[in-house]
Design a protein around this ligand. Structure first.
Ligand code: ADE
Length: 240
């Protein structure tokens, strides 16, 4: 799996991708993440990459030419043309776990980060296959959003998470939020861990966790329950 981030601030990407789980996965060669500086493809003396918008209005726009030339460079140096080019924008499709799962199947994904007031539409029309938003708020640029997307895709690549960090049993894997978890000591500040978790009865523990997941989702994200695969008995349980 390869992720290429097109950005005016590669140092923002570099600061994160060498740390923690992503850093370890890169070192092991399980994922490739690189930042390419769009400014390196400016075709003028002052390396200018932005200009005023036609029709007026506040702020500057990233020019089409350096963005397209940067993409051509990435394409020329790749084994095959990247299958997806995602433009990070608050106008995009809200990023979801199911999308991370789908993008994790791709061989090479490019993430395009906008800055200033955005990017000349002609560059977007020429290279972008998907537009993605990480939430209904506006960031100063696409880099933080690209890192969120890159992280959530990377951790789904086989081998990136160790056994202890498995994603089989986590929030969203069953369309539900996670159940509450406890570690030692068995009693902390007078609060005891639920008995069932100390029982050693794996069937009972699984049933307890499933019930807690449903309760948690009902209380915190009832919107998710509409799409969660629940049994008739579980639906009745919520109803009651
Ligand atoms: N760029 C600026 N804000 C953004 C957001 N919310 N999601 C994705 N990209 C962005």
């Amino acid at each position: 799996m390869k992720i290429t981030v097109m950005t005016l601030f590669p140092e923002m990407i570099d600061a994160v991708i060498n740390c923690s789980i992503l850093g370890r996965a890169r070192q092991k060669g399980l994922i490739e993440i690189e930042a390419v500086n769009i400014r390196d493809f400016a075709n003028n003396k002052h390396l200018q990459v932005d200009d005023y918008p036609y029709g007026g209005g506040a702020g500057m726009l990233m020019m089409a030419d350096p963005v397209c030339r940067c993409y051509d460079h990435i394409k020329e140096h790749a084994k095959a043309e990247p299958s997806r080019v995602i433009y990070m924008t608050p106008q995009g499709k809200p990023w979801k776990q199911s999308m991370a799962e789908s993008f994790a199947q791709e061989e090479h994904v490019v993430l395009l980060c906008g800055h200033y007031e955005g990017i000349d539409q002609r560059a977007i029309d020429a290279i972008v296959t998907d537009e993605v938003s990480i939430g209904d708020y506006v960031l100063t640029g696409g880099e933080l959003a690209a890192l969120v997307v890159a992280d959530s895709i990377s951790r789904l690549v086989p081998g990136v998470l160790g056994k202890e960090e498995s994603f089989q049993d986590e929030s969203f894997s069953e369309g539900l939020l996670e159940y509450p978890q406890y570690t030692r000591p068995a009693v902390y500040n007078g609060q005891a861990v639920p008995d069932v978790l100390l029982s050693g009865n794996h069937q009972k523990i699984a049933a307890y966790r499933r019930e807690q997941s449903i309760i948690n989702t009902f209380n915190k994200r009832p919107d998710l329950l509409k799409q969660a695969p629940l049994t008739d008995k579980e639906k009745q349980f919520i109803h009651d």
